[in-house]
Design a protein around this ligand. Structure first.
Ligand code: GAR
Length: 216
């Protein structure tokens, strides 16, 4: 199976990006990472990329006069990379509909809540504020809505009595680091089939009945 080219968009710390490149290194994902794209020249994910030998593309949001100009520059970089899959891993901007349409089916996002609950910013704070007893993370294809595309992988974690935003976020993040590489692996193995809102997971070549993993 030909190795897929994947690119990651990240705005900050980049721990999910790290989980992805570590999984590639361990040969758990049949892919090569052809670039890290960031809108933030101060992002720690840049250091992670440099350490891993992944090319870095900085499209500094602050350097463009309008969102449209920024998105044009971003789109050019994405086109140049010609990746099979672009992963939003802590990319903290909403992509414009032009990019979403152009890269339809090739854009994946990770969100720190069980969608469709708590989309948008501060999902963990929203979940605590609502008083839910379980939360988790969702990996989904990107559509033109906010955190609303078809779900690929979800997993839950408990919300503990003593949780604050920080402790719940850390528990969810550990789960994100498993779910995102899993979703990318399924994509790279050509095992995701989108039917309307549902993403069907096709069996793997070596999978036997009852042995197909839908979540990590
Ligand atoms: C992650 O929790 C990710 O799910 C979240 O930002 C964090 C980035 O962490 N993304 C969103 O909230 C997007 N709506 P990381 O930079 O360490 O991967």
């Amino acid at each position: 199976m030909p190795v897929k080219r994947i690119a990651v968009l990240a705005s900050g710390r980049g721990s999910n990006f790290q989980a992805v490149i570590d999984a590639i290194d361990r040969r758990e994902i049949p892919a090569s990472c052809c670039g890290l794209i960031t809108d933030n020249p101060g992002a720690y994910s840049i250091e992670r990329a440099e350490k891993a030998g992944v090319p870095v593309y900085i499209v500094d949001y602050a350097a463009y006069p309008t969102k449209e100009a920024y998105e044009q520059a971003l789109c050019r970089v994405m086109e140049e990379l010609s990746a099979d899959l672009y992963i939003l891993a802590g990319y903290m901007r909403i992509l414009g509909s032009g990019i979403v349409k152009q890269f339809h089916g090739r854009l994946m996002n990770i969100h720190p809540a069980l969608l469709p609950g708590f989309p948008g910013l501060h999902a963990q704070r929203q979940a605590l504020g609502y008083g839910v007893k379980v939360s988790g993370c969702t990996v989904h294809f990107v559509d033109e809505g906010m955190d609303s595309g078809p779900v690929i992988v979800q997993a839950c974690v408990p919300v503990e009595e003593e949780d604050e935003e920080e402790t719940l976020s850390a528990r969810i993040l550990a789960m994100e680091h498993r779910c995102l590489p899993e979703a990318i692996r399924l994509f790279c193995e050509d095992r995701l089939m989108v039917e309307g809102r549902r993403v069907r997971i096709l069996p793997g070549r070596t999978a036997s009945p009852g042995n197909t993993r839908h979540t990590p």
